[in-house]
Structure formats: structure tokens, C-alpha cells
Unconditional design. Structure first.
Length: 157
């Protein structure tokens, strides 16, 4: 049997870290995923897919992702039954995340250089004098360790 789900989209809200009674970290979040196709003259439709992450994955998501962040989620689809506030029986479908990854640019995810560092100009280099350098002879095969070496393996070095 195979149950593998992979989605990529944007978080719809900031994920919040919770802890179970036994001390296990968990977070639930929703990912907005655009559908691959759209009919002409219609806007592309979006699906909002619920995801739950446990332990270190939950801590990673809540630390590094926020509303609007692009995220890739790999996991499995699970269903669970529950009763809503009105006593109606409901079924929830969600992806249980095994792995999550950054997908946006470094600036978008907040993991890149600080804006002040990005605005700094690149260092300028100038030609200096040749003091401290020496010219190597070019006609002496012994001056370079691999020049002219031939050990009959067919390679020039």
C-alpha cells in the first residue's frame, strides 16, 4: 500500500506550537495550493489543505515559517472522525508531515542576509604592485609538478 502526499504552497496563518499532555510538540496549519489548471476567463482556484506536524518538525515549522511563507510538505494523508459543536459527526482529512522544506527565496523566507548587508556595495579591487611575487620559468618542466609527466596511462598528466 502507498500513502504519500507532496504539496507546495503558502501558509494561510502563522503556525502556533502546542504541547500535548505528554510533552510532545505539535502544530496544525493550512497551506494554500493553487490548482494546476484553470478555465479560460476564470481565476485559478486554490485548495486549502490542512497539515499537522509533530515533534522536531512542528518546532521547525513554528520557528522558521510564518503567514505567506512558501512551504513544501511531504507526508501521508490521514483521516479522523470527530463531533462538531452541534453534535454532528465529521471527518477531517489532513496531511501528517514527515518533512517540510523552504521553497521561496532567502529574502522571502527570512533566512538570508540582513537587508543592511544586502545593500552594501561589493568591495572594489585595484591593481597593486608585484612586490612579494616572483616570476616562474615557463620552459622548465620541473617547475610545475604535473607538467610533462607521462606515466603511460594515456593521460597528459
Amino acid at each position: 500500500m502507498l500513502n504519500c502526499a507532496v504539496i507546495m504552497g503558502r501558509l494561510t496563518a502563522d503556525p502556533e506550537l502546542r504541547t500535548t499532555n505528554s510533552g510532545i510538540s505539535v502544530t496544525s496549519f493550512s497551506v494554500a495550493v493553487d490548482r494546476r489548471y484553470s478555465r479560460q476567463s476564470e481565476e485559478r482556484q486554490t485548495d486549502f489543505i490542512n497539515v499537522v506536524a509533530w515533534r522536531q518538525t512542528a518546532e521547525f515549522v513554528t520557528r522558521y515559517f510564518h503567514k505567506g511563507s512558501m512551504i513544501a510538505v511531504q507526508g501521508s494523508i490521514q483521516t479522523r472522525n470527530y463531533e462538531d459543536r452541534n453534535g454532528n459527526k465529521r471527518t477531517a482529512f489532513e496531511i501528517v508531515a514527515d518533512n517540510v522544506s523552504f521553497c521561496g527565496s532567502k529574502a522571502e523566507t527570512g533566512t538570508g542576509a540582513a537587508p543592511a548587508a544586502a545593500a552594501r556595495p561589493a568591495p572594489a579591487y585595484q591593481s597593486g604592485n608585484a612586490e612579494g611575487f616572483s616570476v616562474l620559468p615557463t620552459n622548465d618542466d620541473d617547475a610545475f609538478p604535473f607538467a610533462g609527466a607521462d606515466d603511460d596511462d594515456g593521460l597528459p598528466f
